[in-house]
Design a protein around this ligand. Structure first.
Ligand SMILES: Cc1cc2nc3c(=O)[nH]c(=O)nc-3n(C[C@H](O)[C@H](O)[C@H](O)COP(=O)(O)O)c2cc1C
Length: 402
């Protein structure tokens, strides 16, 4: 594979698929599902606008395998109970303009949204704001087939690929972390065991979708928590992924564990995890994507030109400017204007960006930046109303069943 590339050069993945350039929209939970796990018109419009803006890959955040462990009641849920035609519309519009529209396959585990779930994780936890019970061995054995089924349905519905979510403290990331995972069976203890659920999910997914369908993995370079998943463990996971059938490793960092640092709230100078990507490059020949902190075209170009990174993942920059790839290509607007929030409440910045996505999907974003307190209130009010719909619709699924 070609290294030291140019941002606007195509890239071929191991499965044979060619991406038109090196810019991807990193997974963002847009919270625009209708409360029954299906896409809304605003959500379809949002992905249509991103596709029109010139991205090579667009990844839909946290699409749930089941209704039992969603991260938010605005998540999509894709399984045998879903209306596939409604997903087909999203796949068609969000995959226009030769943009590959992928679903990020999610299970929130201990971080499942408590009003619609009885959270389950690798081990039981009883901490302020974080309670869960331990997953049984039977549930562990069933998990890979849930990833495989949702991936297969994504393929049937016309999506271009999937990303298995093992980052930011959700279920597979919890298994990787010694802070969450205290198990003494084959899924706990040394990192070789803690990465087993991820490797089993990949294997089952590949068996379900065949050799030509892209499978990516999102992985933390570290959780940035003392005693948690660290860089040395992460390099061992990258080495194992190198031997697996994945097509792309998306490197990021940080978690949504209460009180912890998340990359989507990061304010420092990016890209945040480039040094780790350079170390990862030494242990894998798989294409690497790097997500976190990219603000300018120069940063993106330098990362790709360095040879350490094949694809640049953008989240907040594409909320601020959905057409950024085309603008960059045309030498216009090389850096979107990033708002600064002084002393934001926990989760406030993510809520603000999420509500901005709603505006884009409704074609009514205003040039001025709204207020963070109002965005948080709007976000919480919508979650409340979606929770009522979710509980009614998934009456049999939300009590913690897989
Ligand atoms: C509104 C919002 C929602 C997000 N949801 C997800 C998600 O569902 N899955 C995920 O892997 N990362 C999620 N992230 C994290 C981003 O993918 C990305 O890793 C992080 O924002 C850092 O990239 P950036 O500096 O380009 O924003 C989210 C970020 C934001 C701002």
């Amino acid at each position: 594979m070609q290294r030291c590339g140019n941002l606007f050069e195509p890239l071929q993945l191991p499965c044979g698929l060619t991406l038109k350039n090196r810019i991807a929209k990193s997974a963002m939970s847009d919270s625009l599902g209708d409360g029954t796990g299906h896409p809304t018109a605003e959500q379809i419009r949002l992905y249509q606008r991103w596709a029109a803006g010139g991205l090579a890959v667009s990844i839909i955040g946290e699409v749930q395998l089941t209704a039992g462990y969603a991260e938010n009641p605005g998540n999509l849920v894709l399984n045998d109970a879903s209306d596939l035609d409604r997903f087909r519309r999203l796949a068609r519009h969000g995959g226009a303009n030769d943009t590959k529209l992928w679903l990020q396959l999610g299970h929130a585990g201990a971080l499942a949204y408590a009003p619609t779930s009885n959270p389950k994780g690798p081990s039981a936890l009883d901490l302020p704001g974080l309670r869960c019970v331990e997953m049984t061995l039977d549930e562990m054995r069933q998990l890979p087939s849930e990833f495989a089924r949702t991936a297969w349905l994504a393929q049937q519905a016309g999506f271009g690929g999937v990303q298995i979510h093992a980052a930011h403290g959700f279920l597979l990331g919890q298994f990787l972390s010694p802070l969450f995972n205290k198990r003494s069976d084959e899924y706990g203890g040394p990192i070789a065991n803690r990465m087993r659920p991820l490797l089993e999910a990949i294997e089952a997914t590949r068996a379900a979708v065949g050799p030509d369908f892209p499978i990516a993995v999102k992985l933390n370079s570290s959780d940035q928590l003392e005693g948690g998943f660290d860089k040395e463990d992460a390099l061992k996971v990258v080495a194992a992924l190198d031997r697996s059938s994945v097509d792309l490793i998306d490197i990021s960092g940080g978690t949504y564990f209460p009180g912890a640092k998340s990359a989507s709230d990061g304010t420092g100078r990016g890209p945040y995890f480039l040094e780790f990507a350079k170390r990862a490059r030494a242990v894998t020949t798989k294409p690497l994507m790097l997500t976190g902190g990219f603000k300018t075209r120069a940063q993106a170009e330098d990362a790709v030109a360095s040879g350490a990174v094949d694809i640049v993942g953008l989240a907040r920059a594409l909320v601020l400017e959905p057409s950024l790839p085309d603008l960059w290509k045309a030498d216009r607007k090389l850096e979107p204007f990033f708002p600064r929030f002084s002393d934001p409440p926990e989760g406030g910045v993510t809520a603000w960006y999420t509500m901005r996505l709603t505006e884009i999907g409704a074609d009514k974003e205003t040039p001025v930046f709204g207020d963070l307190g109002q965005a948080t209130r709007d976000y919480e009010a919508r979650n409340k109303s979606r929770t009522i719909i979710w509980l009614r619709h998934f009456a049999n699924d939300v009590v913690g069943q897989t």
